[in-house]
Design a protein around this ligand. Sequence first.
Ligand code: ZN
Length: 474
Amino acid sequence: MRNELKRFFAAHAWVQGAWARDVLLTVDTRGAWSGIQVDTPAADRKSAIVLDGPLLPGLVNAHSHAFQRAIAGLTERRGAAVAARTDDFWSWRDRMYSVARRITPDQLESIAAVLYAELLVGGYTQVCEFHYLHNAMDGKPYADPLEMSLALVRAAQRVGMGLTLLPTLYMRSGFGVPGLREDQRRFASTPDSVFRLVEGVKAQAGALAHVNVGVAVHSLRAADAQAIKEVAAFASSGGLPVHIHIAEQKMEVQDCIAQTGQRPIAWLMDHLPVNAHWNLVHATHTTVEELQAVCASGGSIVICPSTEANLGDGVFDLSGHSGIGGHWSIGSDSHVTRSWTEELRLLEYSQRLTQGRRNVAAQTGGLDSTAAALFEGALAGGEAAAGMPLGAIELGHRADFLVLDEQSSALLGVPANHVLDALVFSSPDARFKEVFVAGQRRVTEGRVRGRASEPELWSQLAQDFVQTMKTLWT
Ligand code: ZN
């Protein structure tokens, strides 16, 4: 048994929120950390694989709609259709639906495979896929209802990315509306159909590496109270993570007040058993009382800085939330950015720009380093989002880690204890030379690495992706 353990040595590794020196790490046969020794004497390092750069834990990407990778860079013009009115989240959504309506399972797999490869290279090792593209193009279920879910699973497996699949309940187009719009027909689902998807993926997940499941409710506007309660009860009985979009848009907040007399988070906290398994995505428009209630419940906020900026949503109240000990994670949502360093940088800069002061996250978290406050916050929240022990060099956690390229220009000459600061706040971003998931190397020299039978994995993925984009857009 012992010879199946893997041992790694790093001169610098991020352990328990700080840089540790001469770290010897052991990975067990399940791919989890089984030994962590700091200040290791030279004699004890023999036969360990020496990592050529500082080591960081991999981060969970807590919010993804993989198919939206196909519109990154393609919604940045006003266009004739929206020229006459305001270009905002809702006009962007119409364009996003134009892809959602016609993407096939094969195309989804091709787009997701490139995306997941990019996310791995960008330092994410697990992605939470908020998946609502369930049905065939005519709105009827596929012969195999798992068709689209399994396309995402195959994409993650192909590149070696960890995946938390979140089949999503989506029943209506707005508060008080009986059903979906015609262009939302592929999203149609009921609590039962969501439970079947969860069970279906779970039945296969045993044979798949690093796949687990949770559930999602698209939003309060997209499902009625009774259905949301059923989903919550199902999740609670299985100990599954629950995700829900909430309070992203001012109009959505106003509609919720008009319909229920309460703001979205206030309503959610009063009517659902929100606890540490719950992940509230965006929460851009909140009150102090709402954030206090989320914090008291143990629930987390999933912040998606690049998408929220791209869509003009608004700025999350990070200092208000962190200041009371609130939990949060990071997601790349529409994937205009596939790098967590950029997400964390944007998150901090949005606070600085609106508050007129510096090092907001550090000050709020009572830490010295802003990058450390941001990174630690995102790591802790990621574990809740994925519903499994990830995101730490800690015994029993999955051995997901990143090896920084110290030759990256952003890191040249930077003292060892400032490396994380320079990684987050000096761009062009430093490169992750290697990325490991469960102790398996998935990225080498900054490129995703295939199995032995697929030495040029990235080239194949890129070629398929270009073909898919041609089919979608011409
Ligand atoms: Zn989303």
